[in-house]
Design a binder for this molecule. Structure first.
Ligand SMILES: Nc1ncnc2c1ncn2[C@@H]1O[C@H](COP(=O)(O)OP(=O)(O)OP(=O)(O)O)[C@@H](O)[C@H]1O
Ligand SMILES: [Mg+2]
Length: 342
């Protein structure tokens, strides 16, 4: 099994100490920079150090898991969850493709992928039947992570798709024809339940719903769940809500824990034990074209996405998650994970 070859590398040569050879008075005696001074090298090294599990990979699924990240409510953390889970899984040695299905192109931006109007994009795949392989780009900072970008063209696709043959299953067909080996495909949906989201639900087996821990969190979820049922009934019998992730959790507020309790009562086992804290680092990372995993690997946001990815990977191979084994004690609803309270 391929393990964390890409993250174990830097660990074999940690930051070297000061040079021992004699130096002239004109030579700086500063600690030299790390030998592996690439962004990914540094990021991976820090991440692995922070997790304290050098070289430990995650189990990879036998078949590609296609996970649809959906919630028609805007701004609940769909894109943030997609890119950070994808980066976490890739840093653990998996091969991961992010499909950006939102005309805003936020996932493409966050992954540092060029998506101006002329770039071959998921629009060409859906509307022009271009092979997926011709639009997929490697993500610069993370080995094993790839992105099919969205451009502004996609804004017209909801309408253009209506008159096309097999309009609901065009993404599914494109994915089936894609021959590169992948462990995970994560699809970032727009905040609507139109044909783009239906295409994602026909293409995937699993739905991951990010829920923001705030008032009205559960409003509108009924509609989303009904759509999942409809797609399962008519177009994709394998589709199911596999995962609920609580996002922007602020353990200092009673409201957040009330919402979390309500969601856990309602959904039970689908809810990940790990919730994602509200974190400045998470919100800053996209403006640098990075995930929080490379932007600040030791931050609470990065650690919690790593932990959520671990839960998802373990569930995929039928291993139950033991929260007491969480890296650095990242626990569900842990107030100490909220920045500023640590
Ligand atoms: N855990 C977090 N802590 C702080 N800010 C966050 C967190 N998660 C997401 N955000 C911020 O909240 C905003 C909305 O997040 P995001 O874009 O991921 O939501 P979305 O559901 O994809 O939105 P849309 O429906 O518009 O596609 C972004 O500015 C993002 O940086
Ligand atoms: Mg989004």
């Amino acid at each position: 099994m391929r393990s964390d070859a890409n993250i174990a590398g830097p660990m074999t040569d940690p930051v070297p100490g000061p040079r021992t050879e004699s130096t002239g008075a004109d030579v700086s005696r500063e600690t030299p920079p790390p030998m592996d001074d690439t962004p990914i090298g540094r990021a991976a090294q820090l991440a692995v150090e922070a997790l304290g599990r050098a070289g430990e990979g995650l189990p990879r699924p036998e078949q590609t898991r296609v996970i649809v990240v959906a919630n028609q409510k805007g701004g609940v953390g769909k894109t943030t969850t997609t890119v950070n889970l994808a980066a976490s899984l890739a840093l653990h040695g998996s091969r991961v493709l992010v499909i950006d299905l939102d005309p805003q192109g936020n996932a493409s931006t966050a992954l540092g992928i060029d998506h101006h109007a002329e770039v071959p994009s998921i629009y060409d795949v859906l509307v022009e039947s271009k092979p997926l392989a011709e639009v997929v780009q490697p993500v610069p900072d993370v080995e094993g992570l790839f992105c099919a970008p969205a451009t502004i063209d996609l804004a017209g696709a909801e309408i253009e798709l209506v008159s096309l043959v097999a309009r609901e299953s065009r993404l599914q067909r494109a994915i089936q024809a894609y021959e590169q080996p992948l462990d995970y495909i994560l699809i970032d949906c727009p905040p609507s339940l139109g044909l783009l989201t239906v295409n994602a639900m026909v293409a995937g087996r699993e739905v991951l719903i990010p829920i923001q821990c705030e008032y009205y969190a559960l409003e509108g979820l009924g509609q989303l769940l009904r759509n999942v049922d409809l797609v399962r009934g008519h177009l994709n019998p394998a589709l199911h809500v596999s995962t609920i992730l609580l996002t922007m959790y602020d353990g200092r507020t009673r409201l957040a824990s009330q919402v979390a309790d309500e969601v856990r009562t309602h959904f039970g086992d689908e809810v990940l034990r790990t919730s994602i804290p509200r974190s400045v680092r998470i919100s800053e990372a996209p403006s640098y074209g990075q995930t929080v995993l490379t932007y600040d690997p030791g931050s609470s946001g990065a650690l919690s996405y790593f932990e959520a990815a671990r839960e998802i990977a373990l569930r995929g191979v039928g291993v139950s998650y033991d929260a007491s084994q969480a890296h650095l004690g990242v626990q569900q609803n842990d107030p100490s994970m909220v920045e500023g309270v640590q």
